[in-house]
Unconditional design. Sequence first.
Length: 364
Amino acid sequence: MAAAPTPAPTILPAVAAAAPHMIALRRDLHAHPELAFEETATAARVVDELAAHPAVSIESGVAGTGVVARITLGSGAGCHIALRADMDALPVREASDAPYASQIDGVSHACGHDGHVAILVTVASILAAAADGSVPELAGLDGTVTCIFQPAEEAGGGASCMIEAEAAGTVTHGLIADVDSIYGLHLWNYQALGTVGVASGPVMANSDKFDIAVVGSGGHGATPHSAVDAVVVAGSLITALQTVVARSVDPLASAVLSLGFVRGGYAHNVIADRVELGGTVRALDDSVRDTVAARIRSVCNGVASTFGATIDCTYTHGYPATVNAPEPTKLVAAAAKDVVGSAGVTDPYRTLCGEDFAYFTPVV
C-alpha cells in the first residue's frame, strides 16, 4: 500500500492563532498614524514585535524609517522571496467614532497601510517561529524571506529610496539584490470581502502630475480689449485639455487626465494677468503616458498662440505603472485558491491609482 503523500506546509493554523494579536496591532497602528518619512513609532513597533524572535535579522533606519527583516528557513538554500508592506498614513482627517480611530488630528490610515503592516508583522513572526521549529505545520520549508517595511508610499517614493540605499551600500544585510521575486498586497474595498484579486500585466497606473501657469496682461474689467485675460485663456485651455484623452488615446487603452485645481484673479472688476492650474495623468502603458504628456504640451502651445498669452507647463513623472510578472502571479493565484477557493480568486479591479511598489518589480 502506497504511503500517504506528505501534506503541503500550511500557515493557516498559525494565522488563526495569531489573528487576535494581528487585529489588535492593526487597530493600535490605526490609532497612531504617521505621515511619509515620519513613521518612527510605527517602525519601532515593528522592531519590537520582531525582536522577540531570535531567527529574525532586523535592520532599521533604512531610507530614514524603513525596516528590513530577514528570516532563513532550513538551510536557506531554497528560493529567496521578499514581502513588502508600506507604513505611512495620509494627511486626511478621520471622521469615525470607532474606539481605534486616529488620535492624530488631520492624519489617518485612510489607505489601509496599518493593515498591511499588521499582516506582514504576523507573517514574519510566524515564519520566524517556524525557523525555530515552533510551527510543525511549516516544517520542511527551506529558503529565505526578506520582509520590507517601507516608508513613504503616499509621498516621496519610499520604495525607490530604499533601493537607492541598498545601491549605496547602506543596507547591511541587503534588500532585494539577491531576491528571486517580490510580493506586495493592497487592501481593496472595491472587492468583495474574502476575495483575492490577482492578475499579471499592468494592474495599477503611473501617477504623473502637471503644473501650468497662464500669463496674460491685466487690466480693468471695463477695458478688456487692452488686456490678455488669463481667466479666459485658462478656460479655453481647460476645455481643450479634455480632448487629449478623448481624441489622442486609443479608446481601448486606459488613461485619465484630471484637473485638480485652478487659481487666479482677485477682484470683481480686474482682469487677471495670471492663472495657475494643475492636475494628474494616469495610464497603464508607457506609450500612452508619453502621448498624453506630449499632447498637453502641444495644447498649451496652441492655446497660448491663439490668445497671445504665455503658457508654461511643467510635467513631472511620478510612480511608474505597477506590472505583475506572470510566474509570481500564478503562484499567488494558486496559493489564494487554497485559502479562499477558486471562486474567491478574481481578476482584480484594475485601477488608475498609483503604487510605488512599481519600483521594486523591474529590479528583481
